[in-house]
Design a binder for this molecule. Structure first.
Ligand SMILES: [Zn+2]
Length: 313
């Protein structure tokens, strides 16, 4: 990958020495999404992912899940691929909203998820010159981003970025509250500053509290491979119902906001992890098959969870 490998080295060095620092759906958020996904990889997915990962990743997708944020300013064209803006409405339409500032179509997070999925489907065949390692790192990151409610927010406030608020006593902005501050506070208050404990708690909920919903998380209407339109629609709805709700410029957000929104945030991380695994399992089930993946006989995450539970007994 040339230069990105150097960046990855620097990033990994930072990741090892400073675990974990904050950034967009911060490093912690993306790390959790990819860690959760790894649990539900099929054998084929695990093999393909280890083959595609850069050597510096140490065989762990989660360690490079924030790579797309690291290259965001060097690959300037990729910057609009992290989000979607709506014209101030609580719904999302691909044809209306999926474009960059210049109006170029498909240049949004949903377009990116679909595009990198298509690229990865050429794995094992004629890859037509795509750098599939980069495709994988982009896809893993953007499936996380589309689940952060404010990554599908209003144009006018740039997904909450221009809404200055106080998170307890710290000055920040609403977007950052959802990317970073809530996760940090949750880790401090409930998980002894241990990211692995937070991941374990979310996973416990996947196999217990939310077990009955997983099938619905994995599927969508129509023949979409990725269901990314559905994820974006959910996010803007949650942005309106929870993220923007009762918030104004200069609001102070503390316990009331935190306790009522944290369950939403944790569930979005869980959904992103499960869905990333689902998408990758579909892609690598049969890389040469294209089109209607509903016809493919492949294990769903629900079945993988059931199999794991039985073998653990
Ligand atoms: Zn991002």
């Amino acid at each position: 990958m040339g230069l990105p490998v150097i960046l990855l080295r620097i990033f990994l060095l930072l990741a090892i020495t400073m675990v974990p620092i904050s950034d967009a759906w911060g490093k912690e958020g993306h790390f959790m999404v990819c860690k959760i996904a790894e649990n539900y990889f099929s054998d084929r997915t695990s093999t393909a992912v280890s083959e595609l990962l850069p050597a510096d990743a140490g065989g762990d997708l989660a360690s490079v899940c924030s790579w797309a944020d690291e290259v965001r300013f060097r690959y300037r064209w990729s910057s609009p691929l992290h989000y979607i803006n709506t014209p101030g409405v609580c719904n999302y339409k691909y044809s209306r909203d999926c474009h960059n500032a210049k109006g170029e179509k498909d240049m949004c997070v949903v377009g990116a998820i679909n595009n990198y999925t298509t690229q990865l489907q050429s794995y094992g065949g004629d890859s037509s010159g795509y750098d599939l390692s980069e495709s994988l790192l982009f896809l893993a990151h953007f499936v996380g981003d589309v689940h952060q409610p404010l990554h599908v927010g209003f144009q006018v406030d740039e997904g909450g970025n221009t809404i200055i608020v106080h998170w307890y006593r710290r000055k920040t902005n609403l977007h950052h509250v959802w990317d970073v501050n809530m996760i940090e506070t949750a880790m401090k208050d409930f998980y002894n500053n241990d990211l692995n404990s937070m991941i374990e708690a979310i996973q416990m909920n996947i196999t217990e509290t939310w077990a009955g919903e997983i099938h619905q998380w994995e599927t969508c209407r129509g023949r979409s491979v990725t269901c990314a339109d559905k994820f974006a629609s959910e996010s803007i709805q949650l942005a309106c119902d929870y993220a923007y709700q009762d918030v104004e410029e200069d609001s102070t957000l503390e316990d009331d906001y935190f306790y009522s929104r944290l369950p939403v945030l944790e569930k979005r991380i869980a959904q992103a992890g499960v869905r990333l695994a689902t998408i990758l399992n579909r892609i690598f089930y049969d890389s040469s098959a294209s089109g209607n993946l509903n016809d493919l006989l492949l294990k769903s995450v629900v079945e993988i969870i059931e199999a794991n539970t039985i073998s653990a007994k």
